[in-house]
Ligand binder design. Structure first.
Ligand SMILES: Cc1ncc(COP(=O)(O)O)c(C=O)c1O
Length: 360
C-alpha cells in the first residue's frame, strides 16, 4: 500500500468521458457525439500546418504574438488582453488555478460543461452547482448562490448540452449583480453558431471581472489540434500568463490557428451550413413528437419521453452506424445530444429516427 497521498480534491475528480467513436464491426460510422465540424479543418489551416511542419526542430514562440495579433484584428480586440491555451479547456484551467484554491467556491450551473467540476477540483476549490430554469441558465439562482467564498462563476453560453442561450441583457444583469471579488467567465465555445451574439465580448471589454473563452475546436474544425483562447482585463490575463507553460502551443498549432482565424469565408460557410441543417433536424425531431428546444449551437438536444425511449432511439441510431451522445451525466437521462452534420449526415439521422418512431 503506497504512503503517497494525492492532494485534496483530486480523488473527487470523475474521469472525463469523451464522445464514443467506434461501433464494433462497422466501417461506415457517423460520429455525431462531440460537436465536431462536418466539413473538417479549413484547407487554409491544413496548408499552414504543412508549411509549419518544416520547422518542427524549432521551439515555438512563447508569447503567441502572431496568433494573438490575428485574433485581435479579426475580432477587434486588444491582443495584449488575449491568452492562448491547449484548447479552451486549458484557458479555463488557468482561470480556476490562478483565481481559486482550497476553501474557495466556484459556481457552475446544473447543465454546464462537464469539465467544470474537474477543473474546479484540480484547483482544490469547491464546486457549487446551481439549478437552471427549463434548461436555461438562471441568473437569479446564480446570484442567490454567491457567498463570501465565491471566487468564480463559470457559465456556458450558448449552453452545452442544452443548446439554449442566455440573451446579452441577462448576461449583463448577472455581471451587474455579482460582487467585485467574483470573476464571471463566459465560455463561448459555440458563439459562432449563435447569430447576432457577441460571445460576451462587450462585457469582457468593459468590466474588470469578466473573461470570455473561445475555441478553435468547433466552427474552425481544429478539435484534434487543441487550441483555444481567452480575453479579459489585462491584469487578469497577465496573472494567468504566469502559470501558462512557455511552450504550451506548438509551431503547427500556432500556424494552423492563425490561418483558420483569418479564414472568415470558412467560418461563414460552416455557420451557414449548420444553420440550414440544424433547422431541418430540429423540425424533423419535433415532427416525430420528440421535444427539442431551439438550438443556438452545432448540436441539438432531443428530449424523449423517458430514459428507456432515449436508449431505444440510440440503439436504432447505432444499428445504422450513427453515434450520438447520451447525456445522463449532464442531468438528461431522457435525452440524446446530436451534432448537426452536413446534408447527407442529417438525412441519415432523420431516417434512423423515423425508423425508430415507426418501430416504437
Ligand atoms: C462548452 C464547452 N466549453 C469548452 C469546451 C472545450 O473545448 P476545447 O478544449 O476543445 O477548446 C467544449 C468542448 O466540447 C465545450 O463544449
Amino acid at each position: 500500500m503506497s504512503k503517497i497521498t494525492p492532494q485534496p480534491g483530486i480523488m473527487e475528480i470523475a474521469l472525463y468521458e469523451g464522445g464514443k467513436a467506434k461501433i464494433e464491426g462497422r466501417e461506415d460510422v457517423l460520429k455525431l457525439s462531440s460537436n465536431e465540424n462536418p466539413l473538417g479543418a479549413p484547407p487554409s489551416a491544413q496548408s499552414a500546418l504543412a508549411e509549419a511542419a518544416r520547422n518542427l526542430h524549432r521551439y515555438p514562440s512563447t508569447d503567441h504574438a502572431e496568433l494573438r495579433q490575428a485574433i485581435g484584428e479579426v475580432h477587434g480586440l486588444d491582443p495584449a488582453r488575449i491568452i492562448c491555451g491547449v484548447g479552451s479547456d486549458e484557458v479555463l484551467q488557468f482561470i480556476c488555478q490562478a483565481f481559486s484554491g482550497p476553501g474557495d467556491e466556484i459556481i457552475h450551473t446544473e447543465h454546464g460543461f462537464s469539465m467544470y467540476p474537474v477543473l474546479i477540483h484540480m484547483a482544490g476549490a469547491t464546486p457549487v452547482c446551481v439549478p437552471e430554469a427549463e434548461r436555461v441558465v438562471d441568473v437569479d439562482a446564480i446570484l442567490a448562490a454567491v457567498t463570501d467564498k465565491t471566487r468564480i462563476v463559470l457559465l456556458t453560453n450558448p449552453g452545452n448540452p442544452t443548446a439554449t442561450i442566455l440573451p446579452e441583457g441577462a448576461l449583463e444583469r448577472l455581471a451587474d449583480g455579482l460582487p467585485a471579488h467574483v470573476l464571471l467567465v463566459i465560455d463561448g465555445a459555440y458563439t459562432e453558431y449563435a447569430a447576432g451574439y457577441d460571445g460576451g465580448t462587450a462585457l469582457a471589454d468593459a468590466r474588470p471581472n469578466v473573461i470570455m473563452t473561445r475555441t478553435f475546436s468547433k466552427v474552425y474544425g481544429l478539435g484534434g489540434l487543441r487550441i483555444g483562447w481567452g480575453y479579459g482585463p489585462k491584469e487578469l490575463i497577465d496573472v494567468m500568463t504566469r502559470i501558462r507553460q512557455p511552450f504550451n502551443l506548438s509551431v503547427v498549432q500556432l500556424a494552423a490557428a492563425e490561418a483558420a482565424v483569418r479564414d472568415r469565408a470558412w467560418v461563414e460557410t460552416c455557420a451557414a451550413l449548420n444553420e440550414r441543417q440544424r433547422a431541418r433536424l430540429v423540425g424533423a425531431i419535433r415532427q416525430l413528437g420528440v421535444a427539442c428546444d431551439d438550438s443556438h449551437t452545432n448540436f441539438v438536444l432531443a428530449r424523449f419521453a423517458d430514459e428507456a425511449e432515449a436508449a431505444a432511439a440510440d440503439a436504432v441510431l447505432q444499428a445504422d452506424g450513427i453515434i450520438v451522445r447520451r447525456v445522463k451525466g449532464y442531468g438528461f437521462p431522457e435525452a440524446l445530444r446530436i451534432t448537426v452534420g452536413d446534408d447527407d449526415q442529417t438525412g441519415r439521422v432523420i431516417a434512423a429516427l423515423t425508423k425508430w418512431r415507426e418501430g416504437a
